[in-house]
Write a protein that binds this ligand. Structure first.
Ligand code: ADP
Ligand code: ZN
Length: 746
């Protein structure tokens, strides 16, 4: 395992170009620098320190200082007198050629500027500077006699014992929930020793924690993956198996093997699965928590994590999709957990799928890669079926946990009363679970109180002023909200269309409305709502998990946020309020996504001991997706789905590129789209559909039109699209978004 640099006084000396060398020692060379800006070209600079290709540098650009990477020798067209000097060459090891290749590959594949992809691999400014030191403390040994331990002080002792090394003051305060004064006084009374620290990211795994005894099938899977880690075999492994079968335990074995070989590990998770439970589990297994990388991580921690990754001293990073572009110098294993999850697709800026790019990265790094999921994406499934990926499957849930009983509740038969949304069988099952002191999850993938506000007099609906969407009522805030642009307004007293007073009615349920119904049905049961509106940060999530684990929370109502990853042993009943939601629409993956989501939700029930029960409210129990789901027949579902996709030459049996054109000026946009349609290049096996107004035909006052390019499975459509777009010039004010392998069809 790489040594950590967090011990005392280990601030490394920076090779800092700002401390200029004496003139006689200067031997300037020219280098081409790629900047983290949306440009594909490089710029030449003069540098008088060794700055091999890949070096991280700060350079003047215009009147700012920008971060970049030496991309090669200078192109050499710039006059010496116009050349500017590199300001600083970072002390970090240069970005390796494999990472530079990955950046170039992703830029070309996703049709994004090279510099935009580089930007994803660089930290926010500041990380190139050498790390700062901070005041740290560790436990004094031996502990001074007679020192009193208040509960607060005990927490400090626990935190430092857990860390096994010194921690920065603010970290102690946060983790132990104590004031700066407490830490100071503990230092004053000799309980803590001061120790200067390099400001670093989270502590590193080091000591082995508790290693579970794997079952025979888990062991077989783990052995194969460990072999791939050792052999540096980048052929992807699809690790399948129902929820709760131990996939995480299996890939933990691979993590351990990779760490033992001294190479770095990257674990990707969907953002919402990066909760406290996962970290606690990792900690239990490896002794300490890994470095983390996602949107809620504070800037200072991100900077130091980035430095440690780039410097090779962070052995494990767990993060959301953007962690894929961290510049590990020696990556040995990539895990993409819940690999089917749509959140791996980044939809703006550089549009890419982190799962697919992880496979590319592993190939370049000669790192092993594991794609784990109970419900693999059809793409991944086909790759495994055709032998490109190596499929390993865990056959059943771990221990005596069984998969839950899943039943459909036919809403045509058990129709809820007007103004209620829960059918009698669901209410009864929830009541029974509560009576047994077990926990209940009611799932509805819809935020807010009601998706639609309709006037009873004129039938008018309240829409967004700048989008082609209906506003969603959030009664908790007393506001109507647009989920696309964030526009908010109070619920009006009179209908904006006909002016009649008290005529507006909430239509349909969101989670808040289910909450209202639960309060009516089960007085005394204090339901907790879990959505992106109520879970604003890690602290909210930690509180929720605590409530579920302690049993204080008896009934949870949640959107897809509640569907994933969590392990609540006493949760035995799941009610799905609207199992059909998501099946409508023209989305290529609607069926697949519904199947995956339902599987995930159902997988929350009965994960230990008592068997779970899942009731799905549906208007269409005979829908093939529902039928396959009820039978638990994933294979049948995938066969059906694959046949339909093959027939339509849709992915993974064909390729797609979507073009989304947007402008505030509708006539100009339409004219340009017609012009584009006229110059569609003719090419065997490539079809272009459109132009057609996007399903969301206006967002933030921008009109939106789509084209869809479809080609054969082995056809790279990028060149085709480049040629096509290169043949016309877009008028000012038109934005063109190119989405290779689109996931969203809105
Ligand atoms: P998955 O990732 O497939 O959903 P997990 O790895 O989360 O499954 O396992 C489900 C539960 O079973 C977890 O609480 C896990 O700790 C436990 N578990 C799985 N395998 C073992 C094992 N071999 N020994 C002890 N506990 C296990
Ligand atoms: Zn809007």
């Amino acid at each position: 395992m790489p040594k950590s640099n967090r011990s005392a006084g280990s601030v490394r000396s920076a090779r800092d170009a700002e401390n200029r060398l004496p003139e006689k020692d200067r031997n300037p060379t020219r280098v081409a620098v790629l900047l983290a800006r949306p440009l594909s070209r490089t710029f030449d600079y003069r540098v008088d320190h060794p700055a091999p290709t890949g070096s991280y540098v700060s350079v003047p650009f215009g009147n700012r200082v920008e971060t970049g990477v030496v991309w090669g020798p200078a192109a050499g067209e710039v006059q010496e007198s116009l050349l500017r000097d590199v300001r600083r060459v970072s002390d970090l090891p240069p970005m390796n050629p494999r990472m530079r290749e990955l950046i170039a590959w992703v830029a070309s594949y996703s049709m994004a500027p090279l510099g935009s992809v580089l930007r994803m691999a660089l930290p926010a400014s500041g990380a190139l500077a050498p790390p700062r030191t901070a005041a740290g403390f560790r436990l004094a040994e031996p502990r001074p006699k007679g020192a009193k331990l208040t509960p607060a002080r005990q927490r400090v002792v626990d935190v430092l014992t857990g860390a096994g090394s010194a921690l920065a003051g603010p970290v102690i305060q946060r983790e132990a929930r104590v004031s700066a004064a407490t830490v100071r006084r503990m230092h004053g009374t000799g309980l803590l020793d001061a120790e200067p620290l390099t400001v670093t990211a989270a502590p590193h795994p080091g000591r082995e924690g508790v290693r579970p005894e794997l079952t025979a099938s888990q062991r077989r899977a783990a052995t194969e993956i460990v072999q791939k880690v050792r052999a540096r075999d980048p052929r992807p492994v699809l690790l399948g198996g129902v929820t709760g079968s131990g996939k995480t335990e299996v890939y933990f074995e691979a993590v351990a093997a990779c760490l033992a070989s001294g190479r770095q590990v990257l674990v990707l998770l969907p953002e919402i699965a990066l909760g406290p439970q996962w970290f606690a589990r990792f900690q239990a297994r490896f002794g300490t928590a890994p470095a983390r990388w996602h949107s809620a991580v504070p800037a200072g921690e991100r900077r130091s994590t980035w430095r440690e990754v780039a410097g090779g001293t962070a052995p494990v990073v767990v993060g959301a999709r953007s962690a894929l572009f961290l510049p590990f110098p020696d990556l040995g294993l990539v895990v993409v957990d819940e690999e089917h999850d749509a959140s791996y697709k980044q939809e703006d800026g550089v549009i890419y799928n982190a799962r697919d790019m992880a496979v590319v990265r592993a190939a370049k790094e000669r790192a092993a890669i594991v794609l784990a999921s109970a419900t693999p994406a059809l793409e991944t499934h086909v790759n495994a079926h055709e032998g490109r990926y190596h499929a390993l499957t865990l056959p059943r849930r771990y221990g005596d946990a069984e998969l839950p009983d899943v039943e459909a509740v036919d809403l045509r038969v058990s129709r809820p009363k007007a103004g209620s949304w829960l059918a009698k069988p669901v209410v009864d099952a929830a009541a029974a679970a509560l009576a047994r002191d077990e926990q209940v999850l009611l799932f509805l993938n819809r935020r807010g109180y009601a998706p639609l506000t309709v006037c009873r007099t004129c039938g008018g609906r309240i829409g967004c002023t700048s989008c082609s969407t209906w506003l969603v009522e959030h009664r908790r805030d007393g506001l109507l909200t647009c989920h696309h642009c964030g526009h908010r307004m109070p619920v009006p007293a009179v209908c904006p269309t006909c002016g009649v007073e008290d005529s507006l009615a909430a239509c349909g349920p969101g989670v808040e409305r289910i909450e209202e119904e639960v309060r009516r049905l089960f007085p005394g049961v204090e339901p907790v709502v879990m959505t992106s509106d109520t879970m604003r940060g890690p602290a909210d999530l930690a509180r929720l998990v605590q409530g579920m684990e302690s049993g204080a929370t008896r009934l949870l109502i949640g959107t897809q946020m509640a569907a994933k990853g969590h392990h609540f042993p006493n949760l035995t009943m799941v009610g799905v309020v609207d199992a059909d939601l998501g099946l409508g629409g023209a989305d290529l993956r609607a069926g697949e996504r519904t199947y995956q989501l339902l599987t995930q939700v159902a997988g929350r029930a009965g994960r230990e001991g008592r068997r779970g029960r899942v009731l799905m409210q549906t208007w269409e129990p005979e829908h093939p997706v529902m039928q396959a789901f009820l039978r638990g027949d994933g294979d049948a579902f995938r066969r059906m789905e694959a046949a339909a996709r093959a027939e339509a030459k849709m992915p993974p049996f064909g390729r797609l590129v979507a073009l989304i054109l947007a402008s505030r000026d509708q006539p100009v946009l339409e004219r340009f789209c017609r012009a584009l349609a006229r110059v569609v290049p003719q090419h065997d096996g490539v079809d272009v559909f459109g132009p057609a107004p996007a399903p969301l035909s206006r967002i933030r006052s921008q009109y939106r039109v789509r084209f869809l390019v479809r080609g054969g499975r082995n056809q790279l459509l990028q060149t085709y699209v480049r040629t096509w777009l290169g043949s016309v010039r877009a008028p000012a004010g038109i934005r063109i978004k190119v989405d290779v392998d689109p996931y969203s069809f809105l």
